[in-house]
Design a binder for this molecule. Structure first.
Ligand SMILES: [Zn+2]
Length: 333
């Protein structure tokens, strides 16, 4: 006991162990968010990324959340790609992190004439700022209109062939089981925090006990058929339902999405468990921050500290938040 404090009677300070050394290197550790939709966020949200040490990001433009018309046509998605290209350089000049793009065809809603998009895609893949294809991957159930599994799989596989031809990674949107809720909301308010008319959800196209895992298995099979190296597949939205399969039966990378934990239930604790079990070599973290969802631009920075608290070594944290992303998505170090 150290009794050298001049306090009137002992305080907590008297009993504190001196052997705690704060991991000060984590305060300024740079990090890369390999999956977000920051081009849909506010200027202030993007500034939050910069303020908390973000060195680079992949802004993903693929998705049906932002196409206003239903049914969706190829041109609607093409507009999203062009919008992201239009604004990317200005975002970099405003906030100084390296802002790259992921472009793809999401299968969360059926697109009427997808071949037009797939044909145009090759020219987009050749752009220097396009560092990934995605997010894509078969989806068990669609918004507004169902999309048959065979058609979805073909579209995913074609994108994987393009990825292979252009030496790009594919960002998979692996479906999550949703978090346990204590009580359901009244149906007419849908999901508070998520701007989606969930009343337009369609009957699933994948049956069985675990369609979410089944979808990932179909994606991996598509990658194999496309001749795409599994190390070029990054399964975003990793969760306890798909981690063991992806780690033990594939060479894919896993990226845990922690920017909307309230919705999917995945937190830094899941990331820490995966690092303990499998090592940091094929693990990343992303925020998936987007304007249609209650999301947190500080989530990745918060996770850096939380991983340390959960016992993860700073060297491993660094590998997960900056080195793996640099290697796979070709960011300049
Ligand atoms: Zn996303």
């Amino acid at each position: 006991m150290d009794s050298s404090y001049p306090t009137k009677r002992p305080t907590d300070a008297t009993y504190v162990d001196d052997d705690f050394e704060p991991p000060t290197e984590l305060l300024n550790l740079p990090w890369i968010d390999i999956h977000n939709h920051a081009h849909t966020l506010s200027w202030e949200d993007r500034e939050r990324y910069a303020l908390s040490g973000c060195e680079g990001m992949v802004m993903v433009s693929s998705g049906y959340h932002w196409t206003p018309y239903k049914p969706v046509r190829a041109d609607d998605v093409r507009f999203l790609w062009d919008d992201a290209i239009n604004r990317r350089a200005a975002i970099e000049r405003n906030h100084f992190f390296e802002a790259n793009l992921g472009l793809g065809v999401h299968t969360g809603v059926r697109i009427e004439n997808p071949d037009e998009l797939l044909e145009a895609m090759a020219d987009y893949c050749a752009l220097e700022e396009v560092v990934a294809i995605g997010e894509t991957g078969v989806t068990p159930s669609q918004h507004v209109e169902r999309w048959g599994l065979d058609e979805q799989r073909a579209i995913v596989e074609t994108q994987m062939e393009l990825a292979d031809a252009h030496d790009l990674p594919v960002l998979l949107h692996t479906p999550n089981l949703s978090a346990d809720t204590k009580r359901s909301y009244r149906p007419e308010v849908h999901t508070p925090g998520y701007e989606k008319n969930s009343g337009l959800g369609q009957k699933p196209v994948i049956e069985g006990d675990n369609p979410e895992l089944e979808a990932v298995k179909i994606d991996v099979e598509a990658a194999r058929d496309a001749g795409l190296d599994e190390e070029q597949v990054v399964a975003s939205h990793a969760d306890p339902n798909n981690t063991a399969y992806l780690m033990e039966e594939t060479d894919c990378y896993l990226s845990f999405t922690i920017g909307h934990s309230w919705l999917v239930g995945v937190t830094a604790a899941d990331v820490a468990d995966a690092i303990d079990e499998y090592g940091p070599e094929r693990i990343m973290i992303d925020t998936d921050c987007a304007n249609v969802l209650r999301t947190d631009p500080f989530a990745l920075k918060r996770a850096i500290f939380e991983l340390y608290r959960y016992g993860i070594d700073p060297v491993d944290i660094r590998q997960v938040v900056v080195e793996n992303p640099r290697d796979v998505f070709d960011f300049s170090a």
